[in-house]
Design a protein around this ligand. Structure first.
Ligand code: SF4
Length: 346
């Protein structure tokens, strides 16, 4: 039995928990190079929830996998950038150091709990394994810890259900078990990748509420990856919106709901179902996200953007500051924010 006592990174007050700096990730395939992440930078502080929003293919999950060190390399390559955890660059650490950080200091919650959990072991055994392997606990003590964790994530009758198998739980309960597993070793940072996408709306809200509650209680940093702006409004502090591997807008979460500063964010907000618009057709952003082997020149969003003009097809827009903690990578960011630019002008 292994007892891991070494702690490769010590918490330093005032230093961000995580700093992703100018990160580039590409995938080398037989058909060419897919540029999945193209210069992403963000920070997460202890106790902060950062929502990372975008459609599939935007680079949000690939960035998270690079942070966790779970990308298959090759085909993935990280040609540029840094990922600093408490000031130390993870990309310069040995595999062994990174392995120790995973689970102990940073943990990930995946979307598909059924494939993330092992179907042939009871959930109690799987939760207890964290304590047996990482803390050297006996089977009996590890099982008691598993029950404690199941209580923490509000699984009813935890003491009797600890011996049940994953398929005996509902999707929502399984996702609670995933949260329990991520929390087991009290990490400083949790990355939740679409944690509620597979659940129905009511259960989604309960699981998201639980995650937010536990994040506050343990003062962890939380990165919430989602394609759905509707699920992060009440839980996130800040938001970054990604498109074609770049951050196109960043802002405090409530500012973005009040007044989006990028046409893509505007489109995402308009496509959230609203009770007051019952019966009306739901807005959908036209077209599809770009092929990452052939990202459009200029602003990658230009073929889908109702505000695009000639300059958008030739010049990559720089990030324009829009007030405290806000910026938008759009040539017409200020006008979009103030509603002073007309859509469908091309
Ligand atoms: Fe649309 Fe142009 Fe702004 Fe890109 S830069 S989001 S194409 S208006």
């Amino acid at each position: 039995m292994t007892i891991e006592t070494s702690d490769p990174v010590l918490v330093q007050p005032g230093v961000p928990l995580l700093e992703v700096e100018d990160l580039h990730v590409e995938f080398h395939t037989r058909d060419g190079v897919a540029k999945a992440v193209n210069g992403v930078s963000y920070k997460v502080h202890p106790g902060e929830t950062l929502a990372v929003l975008g459609e599939s293919g935007s680079g949000k999950s690939v960035t998270a996998q690079a942070v966790m060190g779970i990308l298959d390399m090759p085909p993935a390559r990280i040609p540029r950038g840094a990922i600093k955890f408490q000031g130390r660059d993870l990309l310069k650490m040995s595999n062994e150091e990174r392995r120790k950080l995973r689970g102990q200091r940073m943990a990930m919650i995946f979307q598909d709990s059924l494939s993330a959990l092992n179907p042939v072991y009871s959930v109690g055994f799987q939760l207890g394994e964290m304590f047996r392997v990482h803390r050297g606990m006996s089977r009996k003590d590890a099982k008691a810890k598993a029950v404690e964790l199941m209580d923490l994530v509000k699984i009813p009758a935890a003491r009797t259900r600890v011996n049940d198998y994953p398929h005996q739980f509902s999707g929502g309960m399984r996702q609670r078990i995933m949260i329990a597993m991520a929390l087991a070793l009290e990490p400083d940072l949790i990355i939740a990748d679409e944690p509620t996408t597979a659940l129905d709306v009511t259960v989604q809200a309960q699981v998201m509420g639980l995650l937010a509650e536990l994040q506050r209680e343990f003062h962890m940093g939380l990165i919430l990856i989602t394609h759905d702006l509707g699920v992060v409004a009440d839980v996130a502090d800040n938001i970054v919106v990604m498109y074609a591997g770049r951050i196109v807008e960043r802002a405090p979460v409530h500012a973005i709901y009040r007044q989006p500063g990028h046409p893509y964010t505007k489109g995402l907000l308009a496509s959230i179902p609203r009770l007051d618009l019952k019966g009306q057709d739901l807005y959908a952003i036209k077209g599809l996200p770009p092929n990452l082997m052939r990202i459009p020149s200029g602003c990658a969003f230009n073929p889908r953007c109702p505000y695009a003009r000639d300059v958008c097809t030739t010049e990559l827009p720089a990030a324009v500051p829009l007030g405290t903690g806000r910026e938008s990578a759009c040539h017409f960011a200020q006008a979009v924010l103030e509603g002073e630019v007309a859509a469908d002008v091309h």
